[in-house]
Design a protein around this ligand. Structure first.
Ligand code: 8YV
Length: 334
């Protein structure tokens, strides 16, 4: 069903996404789409939402009670991303706003990247490339840039949701032993399929040669990986983060990397994105990427398409009217 132009609801698209996919909103809505990538100020977000019935947003856009206070018509926010810590779910749901996210479509791409980042850190790939490009390769030396093995090593996965399980399945091909820790232990059949053993948090860090973080970020998981956790790790180990920067105390991580208490790290996410701690920037034993784990063209397109479908459905239009595929569950009290 398309709607009469005068009565059409309005939606705000906060960032430039893929125009050919965003066009699919046009039969239903008047679309106000940003033309430039921006970290919108809270007042700009509030202004954009004032007349809106729905919004399609990304992790650049923090939205809570203050941003929706002057937006009486707002009924749905579709987040392009599986993580939604940019949104104050409790405040939005209290206002009756439906929030949706984009799980599943990014699982395999993100797991690919997590594995690649772990391998790059362990085998010192970006450090070696910088060294070569800097003209430091003056003669082949048997002992230069020696790294840690992936095959046969113990992998520790913190957060065993869809992406964590994807990483575990990849690890089987490398003959790794897989340990995991999660809020809830997984059913035995899933553990078998992933060839993964459940261990407590302390053992995960103490026994793993490579730890990968894939858990959601929240007030409870803020700086979960702190100096005490890092001190449990083997000095030969690596730590990879493809979840959210705030999971790690970055100052403690920089200390451990600089002091030789941790061999290397792979970081795709940072606490103050896009700002990166200058101490991390200066270290050679950390691989740094700008939050691109889900960034294959096909997957980013699939995420936008899913968010568009969710928004259309959440606002009561299209074949799934009233039943968006990915509503974010009700916020739990802290
Ligand atoms: C997205 C992500 O690129 O899905 C997530 O949680 O971190 C990334 O895949 C990002 O959320 C875009 O908004």
């Amino acid at each position: 069903m398309s709607t009469n132009i005068e009565s059409r609801p309005r939606v705000w698209v906060s960032q430039p996404l893929f125009d050919d996919i965003i066009t699919r909103l046009e039969p239903y809505f008047e679309v106000d789409a940003a033309r430039e990538v921006a970290d919108h100020a809270p007042s700009r977000i509030a202004e954009a939402l004032r007349e809106a019935d729905g919004a399609l947003v990304t992790l650049n856009d923090p939205i809570g009670a203050a941003e929706v206070a002057q937006a009486p018509r707002l009924r749905a926010i579709a987040n392009v991303g599986v993580g939604y810590n940019n949104l104050d779910i409790a405040a939005l749901q209290a206002r009756g706003i439906v929030v949706t996210n984009t799980p599943d479509v990014l699982t395999e791409t993100t797991a690919d990247f997590g594995f690649a980042l772990m391998m790059a850190a362990a085998r010192r790939i970006t450090e070696a490339e910088r060294w070569l490009r800097d003209g430091q390769w003056q003669g082949w030396a048997f002992k230069s840039l020696l790294g840690a093995d992936i095959h046969g090593a113990t992998l520790g996965i913190l957060g065993m949701g869809r992406i964590g399980q994807g990483i575990a399945k990849r690890a089987a091909g490398f003959g790794m032993r897989v340990l995991y820790h999660n809020r809830h232990r997984l059913p035995e059949a899933v553990e078998r399929e992933c060839r993964a053993s459940y261990v407590d948090y302390e053992k995960l860090f103490a026994q793993s040669d490579h730890v990968v973080l894939v858990l959601p970020y929240s007030a409870q998981s803020h700086h979960l990986v702190d100096a005490a956790t890092l001190a449990r790790m083997k000095p030969t180990a690596t730590l990879t983060n493809i979840a959210r920067g705030g999971l790690i105390d970055e100052a403690a991580l920089a200390d451990a990397l600089a002091g030789g208490r941790l061999a290397a790290a792979g970081l795709d996410v940072f606490e103050g994105e896009p700002r990166v701690d200058p101490r991390l920037l200066a270290l050679s034993n950390v691989v740094l990427t700008p939050h691109i784990a889900s960034g294959s063209l096909a997957t980013r397109r699939a995420m936008v398409a899913l968010a568009v479908d969710n928004l259309i459905a959440a606002l009561g239009f299209g074949p799934e009217a009233g039943k968006p595929r990915n509503p974010v569950p009700a916020a739990k009290p802290l």
